[in-house]
Design a binder for this molecule. Sequence first.
Ligand SMILES: *Cc1c(COP(=O)(O)O)cnc(C)c1O
Length: 506
Amino acid sequence: MSADAKVIEMTATENNPARGLIYEENLLWEKDRSDTPGVDLPASEGLASRTGVKARGDIGLPQVSEPQALRHFVKMSTWNYSIDHGFFPLGSCTMKHNPRLNEKLARLPGFAHIHPKQPASTVQGAFKVMHELQNWLGELTALPGICLAPAAGAHGELAGIMTIKRAHEQKGDTRRKIILTPDSSHGTNPATAVMCGYQVRSIPTKEEGRLSVESFKEALYATSEDGSDIAGMMVTKPNTCGLFETNIQELADLLHEAGGYFYCDGANFNALVGKVRPGDFGVDVMHINLHKTFSTPHGGGGPGSGPICCTEELAQYMPVPTVIEDNGDFRLEWEEDRPTTLGRLKGFQGQFGMHVRALAYMYSHGSDGLKQVSEDAVLSANYVLSELSDDYYAPYGGPCMHEAMITDKNQKEAGVTTLDIAKGLCENGYHPMTVYFPLVLPGTMLIEPTETESKDAIDGFITVMKNFAKDVRDGDVEKFHNYPTSTPRRRLDEVKAARNPVLRWK
Ligand SMILES: *Cc1c(COP(=O)(O)O)cnc(C)c1O
């Protein structure tokens, strides 16, 4: 292959008029030319280098010019599909538009240029922002104990379950070894419980897509008469089938009677915010994904932000720090102030830039605007579900909450699976939905359009999906197995890629 980029022509399709050039890009090592250094200064006579730094060639970096290096990274950056590129219906991930107003505020020098080791008296404004965010989260969840520190949703889960564990331990209750969670739960739920040393008991929800009181009771009392070996339950609300758990208050009461705590995975708070307060239906502790519900950016590894909110009872055990107001001054509350805390889970105060963005989002929407966010998110998902349910199998009917679940049941017999449909979406310029999750049924597809997409954008996606179903009905299925064909990389052997990854260039 030549050192120059190879160009592939991508053709437009009927539903997606995009047409463009997609660049192949070699590794910088393949462009390495020791005779063309990026900076070309004449050798200085009779002077040794005073920098103490070796020449680039010696420290193992490729020798390329500045434009070569620049183009290399800029081209690769165009390979990242993002919410700023287009529709991103990844269920459970709430890939919604990140308002640029939030970005503008997070970049104000007074926010962007401060350091966590500055004296508290010089960062009162920043603490006030965090305090205000705590107040809003407390108000929206009806859970007044807030710790903003956790760095993501999964980290918030860890913080929440450690809080529950700490509470049982401080009460001297050491019999509780089990965490209950429905079989539709996000993988981070059972993983968190196990990391905290608990056994996981899974509750089947396949029939209804929801927890039933009977199956919950069965799990609660399976190994003890009164549920006294249950530490708590982890339930996502709405659940990962996009459904509201209709029995939740009754389940919470049964759990509390047995002495367990209710952990709510709040990643889907997008569907409830401004409408329902989790503390009102019995939640003891939950995490909030600021990078989902409150529109701070996510993907690409972070930074996210997963604050936890808990009851007054549990607040004494949750991690530090929390911002408190002390005689008119704001400061961080640490272990010295709250000896019952489980301690620190993160350096300093958490992802402050995300706190600014989330509060900006809350202020710009107001309480009525946040309510509309969840109403519109639910409306968008129900539109998708109703448009697609003639063509695709919708196991739990409707209405749904903020995401629509379908499966490949109607297409599978003709040999077209969820994977083929996902690859076909790539071919047509759409990021696929979440596939094969939740695990309750085979071939699930979880679609979350979010409230920020226009009807036109959603219609474009629906049209592609409807055309797929029609192609399958017409027997035009061969192409599905080759999708995608116009991307730089075609259908990969994903099993081989996962089992034998080639991570080193030779
Ligand atoms: C996204 C998500 C999580 C994990 O959040 P991260 O910020 O990715 O760690 C947990 N549970 C559910 C239901 C989610 O959608």
